[in-house]
Design a protein around this ligand. Structure first.
Ligand code: ACM
Ligand code: ZN
Length: 576
């Protein structure tokens, strides 16, 4: 199958910038590993006690192979090697000919790798083509399968039998659970931990790799100062907090958890220096998690040991991220419901200097000693300093204060673990999620509606309510079907619901505002209804859509801030 390397290994150009920008460099790019290359890699890894497990992706994510051999698709093609990444409808047609092709490829791959496992992918395979394909539908009837999911399961089982015959086991992404798990398959759980839990309960081995903790292609620090990443926010501390053995499992079931994997997908990593940057030091945190943290070990302890290791990494010229040195801001409500900002530096002996006037901080700026109370629109800038030398990038955070800032919010359903920002409080924290480099600040709900109730703490005169939602279909994020807003003075009798349609949401570019005649309000209900399953022809077709929501802003033009004397009085308890 020489066309796999002559055609399948080269694309005509690559994407530059973020996916949303759809910019391309016009430069051909490609390459492949020879058998000698593989032998060299495997031997080098072995010297370091590392086992290389190859992933031969099937039946989805196979456009490069189909560009070389379109006869193994449902439609016959033609296809070109992808210049965009993502989930594409054209996948392997799981018929006899394709199975023979893949078995032949595996027969060449297997002897090169001494690993016990061969990874066969299995993730993100849309069933769109299979549904319309005569070959697929005939196979479904012939094998008495229920649907296309069982067809995938049939396909994986055929591949598994072949690999088992060669003395190896298969591992695949959690989608291989759909339609029934092949008898001896191990599962790599990436869409949360549910797949891993189900597999362990069914006595299959599992490697945990949930997006919430193990995706090292996410941002690990402030998006404004970090290099471009796919999105998300998975800082070192989140990785260190990972528990690879879900509490849902019994002691016996826990034995099926082999460990975890950090995923370093390279769509946004143009060279090895960037791969190092995204991996380090998160790789160190995951390693410690997996080697086993003793109970006394906590993040602060790990961080302090890591700071010492940084000087070693410097000597070795490792391009590691210094996001750890960023000043971290914890935003919460003060006792008297004002916005409270607590700052912390990685190194407890560092000093933090900050400004509130949009200038860059230096070692003569305000020295941070106690939580900062933000009462009006402000840009906070802060950096950490060691003996007067600036140690971190500047943290820059804009706050826009409104009537619901630091109010109490309750959510019927919690956001997804991967996009939970600062929980429900993110909706009233005065901070607005970035619409380009989204990852932080937005709350993400996968397939779920948002039901939020805000308690302003006292009755206030209100004239408008604004809700921020996001759309980025390439990342499976969709505006809600519609949003409803209602309000109440006493918490029992609510106004009629205002309904904002998706058309109106689109034309307002996701900043949805209702204006009302000045009304006395204490409680506000905002419901945003998820699009549901992603429609055919779009990235992630058939998967649940994400709903991303940020600030719920409540305003009144008549509103005046409390008099300085009142403010002084009310602030006493929290600053004491
Ligand atoms: C994956 O991230 N599609 C496994
Ligand atoms: Zn087919």
């Amino acid at each position: 199958y020489t066309k796999l390397t002559s055609i399948g290994a080269f694309r005509k150009e690559s994407m530059v910038g973020h996916y949303n920008e759809q910019r391309f460099d016009g430069k051909p790019n490609g390459g492949f590993y020879t058998q000698d290359d593989i032998k060299e890699i495997v031997a080098y890894a072995k010297e370091k006690h590392i086992t290389v497990v190859p992933e031969i992706e099937m039946p989805g994510h196979a456009t490069a192979a189909l560009a070389a051999y379109p006869e193994f698709s449902c439609t016959g093609g033609p296809f070109e090697v992808g210049t965009k990444w993502g989930v594409l409808d054209d996948v392997f047609c799981p018929n006899e000919n394709t199975l023979n092709f893949l078995k032949a490829v595996l027969d060449e791959v297997i002897p090169l790798f001494p690993s016990e496992y061969i990874h066969i992918g299995g993730d993100e395979c849309p069933k769109t083509r299979w549904h319309q394909c005569v070959k697929c539908q005939t196979l479904i009837k012939e094998k008495r399968l229920k649907d296309e999911h069982e067809l995938q399961s049939y396909f994986v089982t055929q591949i598994e039998k072949h690999i088992n015959k060669k003395g190896k086991k298969i591992i695949g992404w959690d989608e291989i659970l759909e339609g029934g798990l092949a008898p001896n398959a191990a599962v790599m759980s990436w869409r949360g931990t549910e797949g891993g839990i189900a597999a362990a309960k069914a006595k299959h081995f599992v490697v945990m790799s949930p997006g919430s903790h193990c995706y090292f292609d996410h941002y690990q620090g402030e998006q404004k100062t970090e290099p471009l990443a796919i999105g998300g926010y998975t800082p070192l501390e989140t990785v260190y907090d990972f528990n690879p053995i879900p509490t849902e499992l019994s002691a016996e079931e826990s034995n099926y958890i082999l460990g975890a994997q950090g995923n370093v997908w390279t769509e946004y990593m143009e060279d090895f220096a960037k791969v190092e940057y995204m991996s380090m030091p998160r790789m160190a945190a995951l390693a410690e998690v997996l080697w086993g943290k003793d109970t006394s070990s906590n993040y602060t302890d790990f961080k302090n040991r890591l700071l010492l290791h940084f000087s070693l990494l410097d000597k070795m010229n490792v391009n590691y991220s210094k996001a750890l040195f960023e000043v971290k801001a914890k935003i919460s409500a003060s006792d008297d419901h004002l916005l409270k900002v607590e700052l912390a530096a990685a190194n407890p002996t560092s000093s933090i200097f900050y400004t509130l006037d949009n200038t860059n901080p230096n070692n003569t700026s305000l020295l941070y000693r106690q939580p900062i109370i933000i009462e009006k629109n402000t840009t906070l800038k802060a950096a950490s300093f060691d003996s007067n030398t600036q140690k971190s990038a500047v943290l820059e955070q804009k706050f826009e204060i409104h009537l619901a800032t630091a109010a109490t919010v309750s959510l019927k359903d919690e956001p997804s673990n991967s996009y939970k920002a600062n929980g429900a409080f993110s909706l009233v924290d005065g901070m607005y999620g970035d619409r380009g480099k989204f990852g932080r600040d937005w709350l993400g709900f996968s397939g779920k509606d948002v039901m939020a109730t805000i308690n302003l703490g006292s009755v206030k005169k209100v004239q408008s309510i604004t809700v921020d939602v996001l759309s980025s279909p390439a990342s499976w994020i969709y505006y809600p079907k519609h949003i409803t807003i209602s309000y109440s003075e006493n918490g029992f009798d609510y106004s009629a619901e205002s309904t904002i349609s998706v058309k109106e949401i689109e034309s307002s570019k996701g900043v949805v505002k209702i204006e009302i005649p000045t009304t006395s309000i204490r409680y506000i209900k905002v419901n945003a209804y998820n699009q549901g399953k992603i429609l055919e022809g779009n990235p992630g077709a058939g998967e649940p859509a994400w709903l991303f929501i940020d600030e719920i802003k409540v305003d009144c033009l008549l509103y005046t801030s409390p008099s300085p004397r009142d403010r002084q009085k009310s602030r006493m308890p929290s600053s004491a």
